[in-house]
Structures are given as structure tokens and as C-alpha cells.
Design a protein around this ligand. Structure first.
Ligand SMILES: [Fe+2]
Length: 110
């Protein structure tokens, strides 16, 4: 049986985890929306493909959010968090890099 202190700490941990996860999802949505808007503004020909990639990441994030909400901090494995970090890193290194190169070639960013 959990002690009162352990139960309280667990609730605080779940609250913090839910809050951080929700903020990550919110930040990601806003970041993707701004990026797609920029791509449209600059006539990026990879917008459609990039947008689909964003939707895939959002779906994966939503899945993690669901797992966090239903399992709490004790039910979340480090592997899930590591996997999410890898998806984001892959996206930045591959997809976002192509857009950065596009902007650079147009003399927009350097
Ligand atoms: Fe992106």
C-alpha cells in the first residue's frame, strides 16, 4: 500500500507530466502551423509532403498524450519518450533541413 506522501508525489508527478506533455503538443502544433505558413508564403514545392509528415508526428504525439493521460508517469516507459525524441530529431535533420536549404537557395535565410 502506498503511503500518503508517495501517493501525493505520484499525483504531483502525473500533474507535471501531463502539463509538460500538453505544452509540448501545443508548442509542436504552433511550430508546425508557423512553418507551414512560411512554406506557403515562400512557395515551397515540398509543402504537401512536409505537411503530411507533420500530421504523422502530431498523430504520434497524440498517442503519447493519450498514454500519459491513461497510464500516468509510472506507466510511461523511457522508451516512448526516447522514440518521440528520435522522431522529432529525424524530422528536423531531414525534412526541416530540406526547407532550410530551399530558403537558403532563394537567399531568404542563411
Ligand atoms: Fe517541419
Amino acid at each position: 500500500m502506498k503511503s500518503m506522501a508517495t501517493a501525493c508525489l505520484s499525483r504531483v508527478g502525473d500533474y507535471v507530466l501531463n502539463k509538460v506533455t500538453a505544452e509540448l503538443v501545443d508548442y509542436t502544433h504552433n511550430h508546425f502551423r508557423r512553418e507551414e505558413s512560411s512554406m506557403q508564403h515562400h512557395g515551397y514545392d515540398g509543402l504537401h509532403e512536409h505537411r503530411l509528415e507533420h500530421r504523422k508526428l502530431i498523430a504520434q504525439l497524440d498517442e503519447i498524450l493519450f498514454q500519459v493521460a491513461s497510464a500516468g508517469q509510472t506507466g510511461i516507459s523511457g522508451g516512448i519518450v526516447d522514440q518521440m525524441g528520435q522522431w522529432v530529431t529525424d524530422h528536423i535533420v531531414d525534412c526541416d533541413r530540406r526547407y532550410a536549404d530551399f530558403l537558403k537557395a532563394k537567399g531568404i535565410a542563411g
